[in-house]
Design a binder for this molecule. Structure first.
Ligand SMILES: [Zn+2]
Ligand SMILES: [Zn+2]
Length: 247
């Protein structure tokens, strides 16, 4: 009885809140009747996907130059065979990622994870992968945030794509935010940050795997995680991320 009264009060108070403060789309800030995202943004997220540079495998639009032009030749380790992204770090992805990552809106991860699963399943290369692996957070960062956004994305992407989730990496090095650093400094900052959990050594051997993360900027994070997997015998390594940001 108490439970049902509680549930009723909760429903009633959220209905009042929706009336006084109508929900807004986290992608474009437009008022919506209910939910997290408007139909237009949802369509963009689930159907739009950036292409891939044939030289370095980074995500990019057809008509733009790849950001690998910015790097000195040979600087980027080609540890990832192919990386796909849903879109640029701009609306609607900007608001969705910001709220998902920094405002505790974990449910946004369900939408983005489903979109990543569609991206993986529609890609002729990524769809052949055996495992989906999230980029881990350092335990101290995990305590600060309360959840690992990449794990939520990976769980949903795994569930919707049918590719097995393997939460097999751990972060052993704590680093400050990388947002102000260029590629070389990020690479240095993040060197030896990851380790394979010992119980997974045999599993990933010769397996094709997809690393999942929310944002790719220089690729330093994905490259370093991929390096760890390679050193432990993984086969081809791919990346699937929500957005690609410019440095
Ligand atoms: Zn919207
Ligand atoms: Zn490129």
């Amino acid at each position: 009885m108490l439970n049902s009264v509680g549930a009723y009060l909760k429903f009633f108070s959220s209905a009042i809140l929706d009336f006084v403060f109508p929900p807004r789309c986290f992608g474009c800030d437009k008022e919506i009747d209910k939910g997290l995202i408007c139909d237009k943004c949802l369509t963009q997220v689930t159907t739009g996907a950036l292409g891939t540079c044939p030289v370095c495998g980074l995500p990019k639009s057809d008509n733009e130059e790849c950001i690998h032009q910015l790097f000195l030749s040979g600087v980027r380790p080609h540890t990832l065979a192919r990386i796909r992204a849903l879109g640029k770090y701009a609306p609607p992805y900007f608001g969705l990622i910001h709220n998902f990552k920094y405002q505790q809106k974990k449910k946004i991860g369900k939408i983005l994870g489903l979109a990543l699963a569609n991206l993986v399943n529609s890609d002729p290369v990524l769809s052949r992968a055996r495992y989906i692996i999230p980029i881990p957070l350092h335990p101290a960062r995990l305590r600060e945030r309360g959840y690992n956004q990449s794990l939520i994305l990976a769980q949903e992407a795994s569930f919707c794509s049918g590719i097995t989730l393997l939460d097999c990496l751990k972060r052993i090095k704590y680093t400050k935010s990388q947002t102000q650093l260029d590629y070389q400094h990020r690479m240095k900052n993040i060197r030896d940050a990851y380790k394979l959990k010992s119980e997974y050594t045999g599993l990933i051997k010769d397996s094709r795997v997809i690393l999942i993360d929310d944002v790719i900027t220089t690729g330093a994070t994905l490259s370093e995680a991929a390096k760890t997997l390679k050193e432990n015998g993984a086969g081809d390594i791919y990346g699937a991320v929500v957005t690609a940001a410019q440095v």
